[in-house]
Write a protein that binds this ligand. Structure first.
Ligand code: PSU
Ligand code: MN
Length: 303
């Protein structure tokens, strides 16, 4: 990507081997309601800065894949109606000179090309329920089989087919490591009921796995699953009730394709009276702190 625009702050951190964490923009534009999303975008960056880590929020701004947004860029993703952009949308937005909010897939793709090794998000996209009929599987999965980046997420939302998603990650040879536990989380909930083969206790251990991955595979990223602390999780009974309503609504309204994830998230925020939103923000904050720890360990290991 010769047209990649890397913010000076990010380029300097990279040149000096200092820790950097990429952040996605779809969560801001399509995953969180306005005006809370703008505050969140700023807060996510501040958490990193306070930990001595350079934030690199990724988006396509006026046709240019951008790594590290200025205030105007953050306002574009938070306040404007821009496209949700996955990897396949990038060449189109670029040629048309349009802006787009990058999904986990597109963020991982762009950040990896910029040389950034660690990325924090909320939840990974995955295999949708009913995918054996609809073929709806997020490009987040196949992109992580390609892009050289470690993504910290709170697992996948319980609106997805969680065991199906874990199976696909296995097929795609993407390592999945639990942070401090082998219990795979379900985004708003600490546990999904599915167990991982491996856990790591800290960022240093994950950085060592990243280096070994570099030695054994020519491509591909790593998923770190970081469960929300028990006292911050959503009440499981309310979670189950609201999710059932959300599925019924999506079905009744015939929501399909890339609109499904934003629809369900928006519906769930409304139907939970904002409770799911608070949990969502908390889990992203937790993921950002873990990503900062990994990026710091990676910088110490490779500098
Ligand atoms: N999960 C969330 N919030 C989000 C998303 C996922 O909890 O905002 C976004 C991410 O950007 C992810 C995308 O990459 O949804 C997946 O969309 P799809 O299922 O259409 O691939
Ligand atoms: Mn999809």
């Amino acid at each position: 990507m010769s047209t990649l625009n890397i913010a000076p702050e990010v380029a300097l951190a990279m040149a000096e081997g200092r820790p950097i964490v990429a952040l996605e923009s779809t969560i801001i534009s399509h995953g969180l309601p306005r005006p809370r999303n703008r505050e969140a975008a700023q807060e996510f960056e501040s958490i990193l800065r306070d930990l001595g880590v350079t934030p690199a929020t990724v988006a396509v701004i006026d046709g240019i894949p951008t790594v590290g947004l200025d205030a105007e860029g953050l306002a574009t993703i938070a306040d404007k109606d821009i496209a949700k952009a996955s990897v396949r949308d990038l060449p189109i937005l670029m040629a048309k000179g349009l802006s787009g909010a990058t999904t986990v897939a597109a963020t991982a793709h762009i950040a990896a090309r910029a040389g950034i090794r660690v990325f924090a998000t909320g939840g990974l996209g995955g295999v949708h329920r009913g995918a054996s009929d609809t073929f709806d599987e997020s490009a987040d999965l196949s992109t992580l089989a390609d892009a050289r980046i470690t993504v910290v997420s709170a697992g996948v939302k319980s609106v997805l087919d969680i065991p199906g998603t874990l199976e696909r990650l296995e097929t795609l040879s993407v390592p999945v490591i639990g942070y401090g536990t082998t219990a795979f989380p379900a985004f708003w909930l600490r546990e999904s009921g599915y167990t991982l083969d491996w856990a790591a206790e800290n960022g240093t251990e994950i950085a060592a796995i990243m280096r070994a991955h570099d030695d054994t595979a020519d491509r591909g990223g790593i998923v770190v699953a970081n469960p929300i602390p028990l006292d911050q999780q959503w009440d499981p009974a309310e979670h189950d009730r609201v999710l059932a309503q959300a599925f019924a609504a999506a079905d009744a309204q015939g929501v399909r394709g890339k609109a499904v994830t934003p629809f369900l998230l928006g519906y769930i925020v409304e139907a939970s009276g904002g409770r799911s939103l608070e949990v969502n923000l908390d889990l992203v904050r937790n993921n950002i702190r873990v990503a900062a720890e990994i990026a710091t360990a990676w910088s110490a290991l490779t500098r």
